[in-house]
Structures are given as C-alpha cells and as structure tokens.
Ligand binder design. Sequence first.
Ligand code: ZN
Length: 166
Amino acid sequence: MSTLPILRWPDPRLSVICSPVGEISRDVDVLAQNLLDTMYEANGRGLAAPQVGQMRRLFVMDASWKEGRPDPQVFVDPKILEVSEERASSSEGCLSIPGILAEVRRPAKVKLVWTALSGSELTQSFDGFAAICIQHELDHLNGIVTFDRLKGARRERAEAEYKALS
Ligand code: ZN
C-alpha cells in the first residue's frame, strides 16, 4: 500500500491520450491499489492513472465511501457503449485542479464495458454520481480535463480562479 503524488494541471501529462493496458499483470494490480490508496488519502471519489503519471487506460472509483458505504472499483480499458439523451449538469471537482469546481453538462446515464482485475470483461449501466464520475475519469484517459469542457469566457474565468489559488 502506498500513495503517489498527484499531477496538477497544467502538467502536460494530463493532456496525453493514454495507451490500452491489455493483459492484467502484477504491476497493473499494484497500480490499481496505489491509485485507490492515493484517492482515499486525497479525499476523492475517482482517480485516473495519468493523474499519477502512468499513461495507461485505467481508473478507480468509489462513489459511496463518503456516505459510509465503501465500494472500491477498478476499471481497466473502459469503453462507453451507450449514453442517454438525458443530460445532467454537475459541479465537478478534480484532484489535479484542487480548489476549483467546474459546472459540466454530460449524459446522465452511461453503459460501460471494461476489464476487471480478475481479467473478466464486465458490462454495466450507471446513473447518478457514478455516471458523471466515470465520464470525468474517462476524459482523463483521453487527455481531457474539466477546463476543456468549458467554453469561452467560462473557461477563462475558471482558469483565472485556479491561477489565483496557486
Ligand atoms: Zn479529474
């Protein structure tokens, strides 16, 4: 069990498209555990491998531990199969952009396929916070952060607010 330093925007590694993991080897297991440890220590609900400088398509999520129901989940090589037409706006925080909440609009529900640490392929539909968190973390695997989801003046304001904090 160990925690890793979290990269902060605008570290260029946060803008890279990550590579597929493929076969689950021992180092993937270790990375997943370290991501979970790092996420909990940073008081987050989701963390993607590129946020600790590992450019691989893997993220972790625990949507309910803050409500006293720990549910650690590991998603390897995740792909969205379907999104709902219904959209939801949420204030999204990011461990790589501490102190900033960005209002992002996304599909309210997603159907995801991914590889579990056991090596089996899983498919599940998600809604609520989990659906938003999954899309946020998947964005990281594609080199996208919340600022990239804001347009024009809203992005400028959010970036200025972040720079004023750092
Ligand atoms: Zn993030």
